[in-house]
Design a protein around this ligand. Structure first.
Ligand code: ZN
Length: 208
């Protein structure tokens, strides 16, 4: 442990901010209080480590952003009203921020695609964009058609919940509240552009 000065790397996972932001909203008093308590906890840990080690590099990273929810949209009844049978003609998975579809007949695919493309609450993510976002896979296990909600609009009800909550993540990576953070007492290399770049930062830190 840190007090024995035997470890080179310590990963501390503090996950509760996520549920506070989901349940109270990212700009709520509860979130502010949680951030302040995290600041205190992390500062104390840092100062403790400084007493035991000569050099302490501190990195604070968040795994995703959080958008304030301002609206919800009930997609399921619209899909259910089409003349296609769930499980026979298609399968859908309704997440909080996206709906994914698999099709067993082309007419169902055409109908559902046409319905979704007319909606203003979100948009279909095409294969080109999936590739650009590095979320395309050469199989359809995760879905054949992806409908992503606009930032701040919750698919509700969904398979994830029955009532809207004030904060949600999982919107488009370019959405204003999707951005994540990396804070450090070290200078952060300019080639850190994505969450997957965290690993190389940690590796170069360990190689110092
Ligand atoms: Zn979450």
């Amino acid at each position: 442990m840190i007090s024995e000065a035997k470890i080179k790397f310590c990963y501390v996972y503090l996950p509760k901010l996520d549920s506070v932001m989901h349940n109270h909203g990212p700009f709520s008093e509860a979130t502010k209080a949680k951030l302040e308590s995290l600041q205190k906890q992390i500062s104390e840990l840092y100062h403790f480590a400084q007493k035991v080690y000569d050099d302490v590099s501190l990195y604070v990273i968040s795994d995703h952003g959080m958008a304030p929810v301002h609206d919800s949209f009930d997609l399921m009844p619209m899909i259910n009203a089409l003349p296609w049978e769930y499980g026979k003609d298609y399968v859908a998975f309704y997440d909080s921020t996206m709906a994914r579809f698999w099709f067993f007949n082309n007419a169902a695919r055409d109908d559902i695609t046409s319905l979704l493309s007319k909606l203003e609450c979100g948009s279909i993510v095409d294969q080109k964009e999936m590739k650009e976002l590095r979320v395309w896979f050469p199989h359809d296990r995760f879905g054949q058609l992806y409908f992503l909600m606009n930032e701040g609009v919750l698919l509700n009800p969904s398979f994830m919940g029955l009532k809207p909550i004030p904060g949600m993540h999982g919107y488009h990576p370019d959405a204003p509240h999707s951005y994540s953070i990396m804070l450090s007492n070290q200078s952060i290399p300019p080639d850190i552009q994505s969450i997957t770049d965290i690993r190389k930062t940690m590796e170069s830190e360990l190689a110092k």
